[in-house]
Design a protein around this ligand. Structure first.
Ligand SMILES: [Zn+2]
Length: 187
């Protein structure tokens, strides 16, 4: 498949993706059989990435293969799309949090975000937070998927109310979420 490995995020790359339908992070062209990401140890089996230990992570297939004898094959190492995006610094979701008196709330907000990431990863190991940058009045978060950014926005709104805005671009492949914390906190 694609030879563009160390690609950075640019508008051009999104345009290219739209025009050619050639998503450099798709699993088309991946080797057959069970794959294991050497970075995060997620496993790819039956066209799904799953966390190790989750049901259907491919180990069941391996052990039944072992019983059958020759069919057993160890998983092949293959960097998962989330780890590739991390390596390439290629986020598809952005969340900006603005909250006056940010220091007062930062621990609580960060805990909530990390919990949400843990929960999202159970459903989809490719949903990750890539980077968090601190500003005096909040933080900027980059995520591997646009859904992960959306999920954080929803979670913040549910927990603290405030004001959330969702923006999609590049045929919905890129999401920007702005969330403003409430000036008066009623919790
Ligand atoms: Zn990985």
């Amino acid at each position: 498949m694609t030879m563009r490995r160390a690609k950075r995020y640019t508008v051009q790359s999104f345009k290219e993706k739209e025009q050619t339908g050639n998503d450099p992070y798709s699993m088309r062209g991946a080797p057959k059989g069970v794959l294991e990401c050497p970075e995060c140890h997620a496993m790819y089996y039956r066209k799904r990435w799953v966390l190790p230990g989750a049901s259907g992570d491919g180990r069941a297939a391996q052990s039944s293969g072992k019983k059958a004898g020759k069919a057993a094959q160890p998983p092949q190492p293959y960097l998962c799309p989330a780890c590739r995006k991390l390596r390439d610094r290629y986020p598809e979701g952005f969340v900006s949090i603005y909250w006056p008196n940010w220091v007062t709330y930062q621990t609580e907000v960060l805990n909530l975000i990390h919990n949400e990431e843990a929960r999202a990863r159970e459903d989809n190991p490719l949903a990750r937070i890539m980077n968090i940058r601190t500003r005096p009045d909040g933080i900027d978060i980059e995520t591997t998927t646009e859904k992960m950014a959306q999920r954080i926005g929803q979670r913040l709104r549910k927990a603290f109310h405030g004001d959330v805005q969702y923006k999609w671009s590049h045929k919905d492949k890129l999401a920007r979420i702005d969330w403003k914390g409430p000036v008066k906190v009623t919790m």
